[in-house]
Design a protein around this ligand. Structure first.
Ligand code: PLP
Length: 367
């Protein structure tokens, strides 16, 4: 099977084999060594000197940790949303009692830093800005460097970043871009199964922590930090996923981050060019299109469900549909993490063979 959803992503055999390791005492020296080794390498990839803590949870748990450890009920926050996951981040902050000022951009476009500047000017009491770096639902990457230039450079607000489907695959130098909290999940660009979230936490985030009044228990970052210093986690960690991640990080650092970024960029271009050569259209404008997940418009008259079903059953290619208002309007091809050019070629060949069966003739270029 060619799993081309935008997470969970495929894992190399050695990662899966490593997960078969027998259980160890999660409060013993072996786990301590594993956890420190993993954390130090993650910090390298995050390009940060901030604390980085590993939580046993999915990406959403990491985002919830960002909210409950820095905010208080009644705090005004600006949530910049360009899609489904931006909306979720807003929902999470709202549920915990933050006063959410939502800055929505049409799905398929990127956030405009000028409008963020304006929103911050209009609402000087805003405490934090929550933003998605790579919006997996629409296949768009925000210009986080420019956003941070406004949020940190001009207003010095707390910046909480959903980097679930970006960091490790596309550039996000955490310290250089002054991101206070950055969250990702093991099942995205990390070639590792779901189960762990990685959360970096800056000095300013710790300052916010000391003032934050949202109740927290499982996701208490201070507790996680205190335990990490002893080589442990407060709660039983997903030990097997740690073993898999250990091997995946070896692979990632052996390839080298600059090479990964280049490969991801080439992969993104290959998907977009390939889809266009079949006569399909990319959902977002190319300048903002993501290099980890590509959203492709469903041609007029084509039944999205049928296309995905035939691709799966007849070609062994599993892709994702659209979420919420994009259901039936786009399909998405994930290409982060463990993805080879052949995997993408298989998707494109599959589309070429399958599209006529759902009523769309691929264009001459693609034939
Ligand atoms: N944010 C983004 C950008 C995502 O892509 C995802 C997962 O698809 C999430 C948040 C939620 O992560 P999880 O499903 O691991 O909780």
């Amino acid at each position: 099977m060619n799993l081309r959803i935008p997470g969970p992503t495929p894992c190399p055999d050695d990662v899966l084999e490593a997960m078969g390791h027998s259980m160890i005492n999660h409060r013993g020296p072996e786990f301590k060594e594993l956890s420190v080794k993993i954390t130090e390498r993650l910090k390298k990839i995050f390009e940060t000197k901030n604390d980085l803590l590993i939580l046993t949870t999915s990406g959403t748990g990491g985002l919830e940790a960002a909210v409950v450890n820095t905010l208080s009920p009644g705090d005004k926050v600006l949530v910049v949303s360009i899609g489904y996951f931006g909306d979720r981040f807003a929902e999470c902050a709202q549920i915990y009692g933050a006063q959410v000022i939502k800055l929505d951009f049409p799905w398929g476009t990127a956030a405009d830093p000028d409008q963020i500047r304006q929103a911050l000017r209009n609402n000087p009491e805003i405490k934090a800005v929550l933003v998605t770096h790579n919006e997996t639902s629409t296949g768009v990457t925000n210009d986080l460097e420019a956003i941070s230039g406004v949020v940190k450079g001009e207003f010095d607000k707390l910046l909480l970043v959903d980097a679930v489907s970006s960091i490790g695959s596309i550039p996000l130098p955490v310290d250089e871009w002054r991101c206070d909290v950055v969250v990702t999940g093991s099942q995205k660009g990390w070639m590792t199964p779901p189960g762990l979230a990685f959360v970096s936490f800056s000095e300013q985030a710790w300052k916010a922590y000391s003032q934050s009044k949202i109740p927290r228990y499982y996701f208490d970052m201070k507790r996680a930090k205190n335990y990490y210093e002893r080589g442990q986690t407060p709660w039983t960690p997903a030990v097997s996923v740690y073993y898999g991640l250990d091997v995946a990080l070896d692979r990632i650092l052996a390839e080298g981050m600059p090479n990964i970024f280049k490969r991801q960029a080439r992969m993104g271009q290959m998907v977009r060019d390939g889809a266009k050569s079949l006569g399909l259209s990319i959902f977002p404008r190319e300048e903002v299109a993501s290099n980890t997940v590509t959203a492709v418009k469903i041609p007029q008259g084509v039944d999205a469900k049928q296309l995905l079903k035939l691709m799966d059953e007849q070609r062994g290619v599993v892709m994702a549909g659209g979420q919420q208002s994009l259901e039936g309007k786009i399909f998405r091809i994930g290409h982060m993490g463990y993805c080879e050019y052949d995997d993408i070629q298989q998707v494109l060949d599959g589309l070429k063979a399958t599209l006529p069966k759902v009523g769309f003739q691929p264009s001459a270029v693609g034939r």
